[in-house]
Design a protein around this ligand. Sequence first.
Ligand SMILES: C[S@@+](CC[C@H](N)C(=O)[O-])C[C@H]1O[C@@H](n2cnc3c(N)ncnc32)[C@H](O)[C@@H]1O
Length: 218
Amino acid sequence: MKIQNPNYIPALKYNWLTRFYDKLISKFLKEKVWKELLIASIINHRPERILDVGCGTATLAIMLQKEFPGASVSGIDGDVKILAIADKKIKEAKLNINLKEALSFKLPFADNHFDVVLSSLMLHHLSDDDKKKTFHEIIRVLKPGGQFVVADWGKPNSIFIRWLFYIVQLLDGFSTTKSNVKGLLPSMIIDADFVAVKELQRIPTMMGSISIISSKKS
Ligand SMILES: C[S@@+](CC[C@H](N)C(=O)[O-])C[C@H]1O[C@@H](n2cnc3c(N)ncnc32)[C@H](O)[C@@H]1O
C-alpha cells in the first residue's frame, strides 16, 4: 500500500532518482564515516530493540544489526520503492530486520518499546511542524532512559559549505531545511522534552555539514 501524503519528499526528491541513492550518498557524503560515528555514539552496548526512522535503503539498519547481533532492529520508511531496495539488501546480507511502511509522525509501535531510536538524513525532509510531531512519536516509543540519536544537516562549518548546501535545498526544499541550516535541531529536540541533548560532532561534506546529536528520554 502506498501512503498518501502530499508533502512527502522521497530520498532524492524524484522517485526515478531513488535507485541511484546508495551510490550518490556513499560517494559524496562520507556516508560510512558518520554512520559509524552514529553507531559509536550509542551508549547502551546491549540494546534489545532499535528503530531506524526513515531507514531508506537500510544501510544504517544493516550496520546496526551487524554491530548488535542480539538486538531486534526495525526500520520504517514512508516510501515503498526505497523499502523494496532495503528488503533486497537485507536478504542479500542474510539478516533479519523488521521493515515497515510508515510515517515518522505515526509510528506503528507500542509506547516505551525501543532502547534506541536513530534517524539519519530524514528530519530535513519534514516541515517544522512534522519534525515536532515526529519527536513526539519518538519519545512515545522510546523506553524511559532510552537514547535518540540523529544525523542530519546542521549549521554549516563554513560559508563555502553553506553555499554547497544550496544543492540540498534545491532538491529537498527550502522550508523543510531552514531549521537544519540555522542549527536549530538541538533546541527543537530539547523543546520536545528530550534530556541530555548534545551535538557530538559536525562533519563537513561536499554538500553541507552533518550534525550528530544525541539525546535521551528522561
Ligand atoms: C535522504 S533519505 C535518508 C535515508 C537513510 N536514513 C540514510 O541515511 O541513508 C530520507 C528518507 O526519509 C524518508 N522519509 C521522508 N519523510 C518521511 C516520513 N515522514 N516518514 C518516514 N520516512 C520518511 C524517505 O522516503 C527517505 O527514504
